[in-house]
Write a protein that binds this ligand. Structure first.
Ligand code: TXA
Ligand code: MG
Length: 328
């Protein structure tokens, strides 16, 4: 569908799929309870998981939530972009959007098509990632079609998403701001702007000990971003290759073709996350490669945690914990 149709759709309280710089979103008017309900239903989303509302800028955020000094600073530094702020909501946002909470998650996306839609529609747009609940977020047109099949709402095609993982979610309703979901804007980035240390509820920095004791890193320990094929998460590439769990025909995912590894007698199918091995490229293709692996219909996918070098790696590891069925 085109931009004009998409805007009209949203103004008629219908759902459509829009591109963002992070992942595709299942969009609707944040003011329409009926449309919001349709979004929850189509995604199969639990009623207690609130939606993100997308606005053009901090001034428009101010119309739907109680902004503060910190949000001003953060918006100046990171908006438009991949940072979502949780702030006390104003009355105009229905409780259906926020799953009954008094706070609302708000973000100003940078994707030019999505920005044009918000500009034309002149309403805040609620949009969770355009995937079925707990499945992998879509990063292009085809992924969205694959997710919803013949129930797929009209899609505005904006090409491949730039980041390929969801926005960072930062709670500004607590005394000390707290990262609720790791993403492209890192803890360090935020601390540099605020000038003080913040907290994070999902660390993504689990040690091997945490892994072995079966402690999941992310906050609620819920399962997300999961492929249908069981995903074995290993604590390092060396351990992955020395483990007995890799069978012939399984998929093994490695950072890049240059990643050193042992050769195995039981040959797995090897997929690479990037050509370069750079963190940003790996983040961008993570979901794409997980989908690709899933489509091969093998018995198991194996991947290992990334050694921590920066906060974006925490975000990637966090997604891996959530996607995995088994941590070794
Ligand atoms: O990159 C993104 O954020 C994408 C694009 C489409 O913008 N959206 C996205 O939405 O990932 P969704 O619904 O898949 O994830 C929203 C996250 C969930 O973890 C939800 O629990 C959290 O934000 N969230 C939303 N409102 C909240 C609130 N009031 N308090 C705490 N967490 C909230
Ligand atoms: Mg999602």
């Amino acid at each position: 569908m085109n931009l004009v149709d998409c805007t009209e759709h949203l103004l008629r309280s219908e759902i459509c799929v829009v591109p963002t710089e992070t992942v595709y979103g299942l969009a609707c008017s944040a003011f329409s309870v009926a449309a919001v309900k349709k979004v929850f239903e189509l995604k199969g989303r639990p009623a207690n998981n609130p939606l993100i509302v997308h606005v053009l800028n901090h001034d428009s955020a101010d119309e739907i939530c109680k902004t503060n000094e910190l949000s001003v600073k953060l918006a100046k530094a990171f908006w438009p972009g991949a940072l979502t702020l949780v702030l006390p909501k104003k009355k105009c946002i229905p409780l259906e959007v926020t799953s009954g909470r008094n706070s609302v998650a708000v973000r100003s996306p940078s994707h030019p098509l999505f920005r044009q839609i918000i500009t034309r529609a002149k309403i805040p747009i609620a949009a969770p990632s355009a995937n079925l609940a707990n499945k992998i977020s879509p990063t292009n047109y085809q992924d969205v079609l694959d997710a919803f099949g013949d129930k797929c709402p009209p899609i505005l095609d904006g090409g491949e998403c730039d980041f390929g993982i969801e926005s960072t979610v930062l709670d500004l309703t607590t005394t000390i701001p707290q990262i609720l979901r790791f993403g492209p804007v890192t803890k360090q980035d935020i601390e540099n702007v605020l000038g003080f240390n913040i907290e994070s509820s999902s660390t993504g920095k689990s040690t091997e000990k945490d892994l072995l004791s079966g402690k999941k890193s992310p906050g609620q320990g819920s399962k997300h971003y999961a492929p249908d094929t069981p995903l074995n998460l290993h604590s390092s590439i060396e351990k992955m290759f020395s483990s007995e769990t890799i069978k012939a025909g399984d998929v093994v995912i490695l950072p890049c073709p240059k990643t050193p590894h042992r050769s195995l007698s039981k040959k797995p199918i090897i997929l690479y996350l990037s050509e370069s091995g750079k963190t940003k490229d790996i983040a961008k293709s993570l979901y794409k490669i997980l989908r690709q692996a899933d489509k091969l219909l093998v018995n198991k996918i194996h991947i290992s945690l990334f050694p921590l070098e920066d906060d974006l790696i925490s975000a990637i590891n966090d997604k891996l914990y959530r996607a995995s069925t088994c941590q070794l």
